[in-house]
Design a protein around this ligand. Structure first.
Ligand SMILES: Nc1ncnc2c1ncn2[C@@H]1O[C@H](COP(=O)(O)OP(=O)(O)OP(=O)(O)O)[C@@H](O)[C@H]1O
Ligand SMILES: [Mg+2]
Length: 233
């Protein structure tokens, strides 16, 4: 694995972004496994869809890949580092490696869309003008240029979802994990978001998307069927 600056200035890597070996997860002590024997090799520069019906384990798998939750079986390696070796190492991996697009991502409702997106860039040490410029460009990419100055509280569900995608686009993280990022979008907006993810992958990121949306899956390099059957890529 080697690191190089990507097209958007992000540090991107070459090779395997995430590897899982015999990964499995069971909630509670006596429940049935949600996932078992998942063996994935997800590369930088590619988009993977996690595909399956409601309840099949897509969000669970995404949480395991992004180190939000420890697996009950098997192992996860991210950017060449074994996960869960210590709490400190895990926190560092979480904050340095992943940008998230979650269904109910927190935002500052009274602030504008551009402020909400710029916050993440400011947190990475950019100047205010740089952060606003990046945020404005990302909002344009997801088709929200005209709503940039609207307060988050005044945005529709789909517009908020695209604002969350714009926030992930601006973050300088090598791996982007998205959970149903187009769940509230029409076909045209879904295609816009999927194209933005494609561009991230082209710039060297590893993008993993849990989705039910054919528009998104069609643009992915790999579609992983999630469920209780073993998975190998
Ligand atoms: N915290 C939890 N405790 C117990 N069971 C859980 C928990 N989270 C999820 N589950 C169960 O694990 C299974 C997989 O859930 P998950 O949310 O991963 O599915 P999903 O494929 O993302 O579904 P959807 O498409 O509806 O979002 C479901 O049966 C769910 O009820
Ligand atoms: Mg889910």
């Amino acid at each position: 694995m080697s690191a190089h600056p990507g097209a958007h200035g992000a540090t991107c890597c070459v090779g395997l972004a995430i590897e899982t070996i015999a990964l499995g997860h069971t909630y509670g002590r006596s429940g049935a496994p949600v996932l078992c024997d998942v063996n994935l090799g997800l590369e930088f520069g590619r988009i993977t869809a996690l595909w399956g019906p409601s309840g099949s384990g897509k969000s669970t798998l995404l949480s395991l890949l992004g180190l939000l939750m420890a697996p009950t079986a098997g192992s996860v390696t991210v950017a060449g580092h074994s996960a869960w070796t210590s709490p400190r190492a895990t926190r560092r991996m979480r904050s340095s490696l992943f940008a998230w697009v979650l269904q109910n991502s927190a935002c500052l409702e009274a602030r504008t869309a551009v402020d909400n997106v710029a916050m993440g860039v400011l947190a990475e040490g950019a100047s205010r003008p740089d952060a606003v410029q990046k945020a404005t460009a990302a909002l344009q990419t997801v088709g929200l240029a005209e709503r940039a100055r609207s307060r988050a509280v005044d945005l529709s569900g789909g517009e908020l979802q695209r604002m969350t995608v714009a926030r992930a686009l601006t973050q300088n993280k090598p791996i982007v994990l998205a959970d149903e990022p187009t769940g509230q979008l029409d076909a045209s907006s879904s295609a816009t978001v999927a194209d933005a993810f494609r561009e991230l992958a082209r710039a060297g990121r590893c993008v993993v998307v849990a989705t039910h949306d054919y528009t998104v899956a069609d643009r992915c390099d790999l579609v992983v069927a999630v469920g209780t059957k073993p998975v190998k890529t």
